[in-house]
Ligand binder design. Structure first.
Ligand SMILES: [Cu+2]
Length: 285
C-alpha cells in the first residue's frame, strides 16, 4: 500500500470513529442508561393524544414516553389478536364492557405513569401487527378515561430484520397472580429492571416514590379515596404484559421509600390487582 492510501485509510477511520461516537452520544437522555444498538422511539403524550408515526419497525425497541400534558399519563401498547379489527376494539372502548378487551388484545407493555414533565422508558419485544396506544387513566375532574378523550391511537408495527441483544438487567422482577417478587432493597442510580410475567393474568409494574414520612398504607388510602395532595409521585415503570412476556423498565432512582403497584383488573372479581395484594414496598439506598 502506498503512503498516500495508508493516510486515506487512517483519515477515513478517524472520520468513522467521530461519526459513530457522535451518533452514540445522541442516546435517549443522559438521565437514563444508554440502550445501544436498539431502535428508539419517543412518543409525546399530550392532553389528550399520542404523537406517534403511523408505522414503526418491530423487534426489540426502546420506547420512551414524554408527558407534555397537564395530567398523569401512561402508554399501553396493545396488539390486536388475529382477526380482530380496529373498529371492533374502538366499539368496546366506547361502549364496554372493558373485560371484552382481554380477548381482543395482547398486552405488550409500554412506558408507565409519569406526572406532567416526566418521561418513562421501557424496552419491549414488538411482534409485527396492528397496535393501539392507549391511556386508561381517568381525568381527576370528570373521571372520564383518557382514551375516551382521544388517547387511543393506532400504530402499525412491521417485521424486524435486525437481530439485537436484550438489555443487561440490574434488577429482576417476577409478576404473579397477585404479587411482585423483587428485592426489598435497591441501589440508587440508573438501572434496568427485567420484568417477567409468570402469572396467568396480565400484570404491570408502575412505581412511585413515597413522600417523606408517608407509608404504603397512606398510598392505599389515597388510591381508594383521593383527597388532598397525593402521598407519592409516580416514577414510570412497565405497563401491562401478558403471561410469559418480558419487558424492561429503565429508571434513575434517588434514595427513598417506594411502592410498586398493579392496576390491571381481575376479570373474575372486577377488582384491580392492587386490591388483591399486588402492591409492594421497597427501599432505594
Ligand atoms: Cu397484576
Amino acid at each position: 500500500m502506498s503512503n498516500l492510501s495508508q493516510w486515506v485509510v487512517v483519515v477515513l477511520a478517524v472520520v468513522a470513529a467521530v461519526l459513530l461516537f457522535g451518533l452514540g452520544r445522541k442516546g435517549p437522555e443522559p438521565s437514563l442508561q444508554p440502550v445501544h444498538a436498539l431502535r428508539e422511539i419517543t412518543i409525546k403524550a399530550t392532553d389528550f393524544s399520542f404523537e406517534v408515526p403511523k408505522e414503526i419497525e418491530g423487534g426489540l425497541v426502546a420506547v420512551t414516553m414524554e408527558n407534555d400534558g397537564t395530567e398523569l399519563h401512561h402508554l399501553q401498547l396493545a396488539r390486536l389478536r388475529d382477526g380482530v379489527t380496529l373498529d371492533q376494539v374502538q366499539k368496546i372502548l366506547a361502549e364496554g364492557p372493558e373485560e371484552a378487551l382481554f380477548s381482543m388484545l395482547e398486552w405488550i407493555g409500554g412506558p408507565s405513569i409519569v406526572p406532567p414533565g416526566g418521561r418513562s422508558q421501557v424496552v419491549l419485544h414488538l411482534p409485527e401487527g396492528q397496535y393501539l396506544l392507549i391511556c386508561f387513566l381517568p381525568s381527576p375532574d370528570d373521571g372520564v378515561p383518557h382514551f375516551a378523550k382521544g388517547m387511543v391511537v393506532p400504530l402499525t408495527v412491521t417485521a424486524s430484520s435486525a437481530d439485537v441483544s436484550e438489555p443487561k438487567a440490574d434488577v429482576s422482577v417476577t409478576l404473579t397472580d397477585f404479587a411482585f417478587t423483587m428485592p426489598s432493597q435497591i441501589k440508587a442510580g440508573k438501572q434496568v429492571w427485567k420484568v417477567t410475567n409468570k402469572g396467568a393474568q396480565p400484570h404491570e409494574i408502575p412505581i412511585a416514590r413515597l413522600m417523606p414520612g408517608k407509608t404504603l398504607q397512606d398510598a392505599l388510602r389515597f388510591l381508594q379515596a383521593p383527597e388532598g395532595a397525593p402521598p407519592f409521585e409516580y416514577m414510570g415503570g412497565l405497563q401491562a404484559i401478558d403471561s410469559e412476556r418480558t419487558g424492561w423498565a429503565l429508571f434513575d432512582l434517588s434514595p427513598g421509600e417506594y411502592i410498586a403497584l398493579c392496576f390491571v383488573p381481575d376479570p373474575v372479581s372486577g377488582k384491580p390487582h392492587i386490591e388483591l395484594g399486588m402492591i409492594a414496598a421497597f427501599t432505594v439506598k
